[in-house]
Design a protein around this ligand. Structure first.
Ligand SMILES: [Fe+2]
Ligand SMILES: [Fe+2]
Length: 190
């Protein structure tokens, strides 16, 4: 297993895991920016996959809980519109050659948007989640997210060289479904 496909390790609860994923997302952006050729392609695939896992987990766990906080609707609506914009930018990047100079320019914009978004989540949502779920639930969610990340497809088009094309169209839908199902199962066990 290469550095770009190693799941985030965390022994804590889902908030620790999501925070650690923010760090890994930042590192993967750096890797994509400072590599080229095949290495850049693989790093970009790993980034797209991690973003799919991460944002799905947040949509299932973090945002619905944050809505129940005072002023939560406004906070969550802002985060969801940031996530929508990021997804649009990501699908533009998805159709580009990773060695095209325009790729880096758009990637840099996405990087700034995603990192700003992550800081807002940490500031306005993450810590307050600990009041809404039991420690057992938070650990259960972390286990579900880790298991989903470990078992969801890593290589979108096995054996196909142009694997960076259109990741979002099909393969990432499978990743999103896997994460969603495993989190819903974890919730059902409470
Ligand atoms: Fe998010
Ligand atoms: Fe996040």
């Amino acid at each position: 297993m290469s550095a770009t496909t190693t799941p985030v390790e965390s022994t804590g609860d889902v908030i620790d895991l999501l925070r650690a994923q923010h760090g890994r997302i930042r590192d993967l952006f750096d890797l994509v920016m400072h590599s080229d050729g095949r290495e850049r392609k693989e790093a970009f695939q790993a980034l797209v996959r991690l973003l799919a896992v991460h944002e799905t987990a947040e949509e299932e766990i973090v945002h619905p809980a944050a809505r129940r906080l005072p002023g939560g609707d406004g906070i969550v609506d802002d985060r969801l519109s940031e996530e929508r914009e990021a997804k649009e930018l990501l699908s533009e990047l998805d159709g580009m050659d990773t060695d095209d100079p325009r790729f880096l320019k758009s990637l840099d914009k996405l990087r700034m948007d995603v990192l700003t978004h992550a800081r807002a989540e940490e500031r306005y949502e993450f810590d307050r989640l600990r009041d809404q779920f039991s420690p057992t639930q938070l650990k259960g969610f972390a286990a579900a997210v880790r298991a989903a990340e470990a078992t969801a497809p890593t290589h979108p088009h096995p054996g196909v060289e142009s694997a960076s094309k259109n990741l979002l169209a099909g393969p990432m839908v499978a990743v999103v479904d896997r994460v969603r199902d495993m989190i819903r199962d974890a919730r059902g066990k409470d």
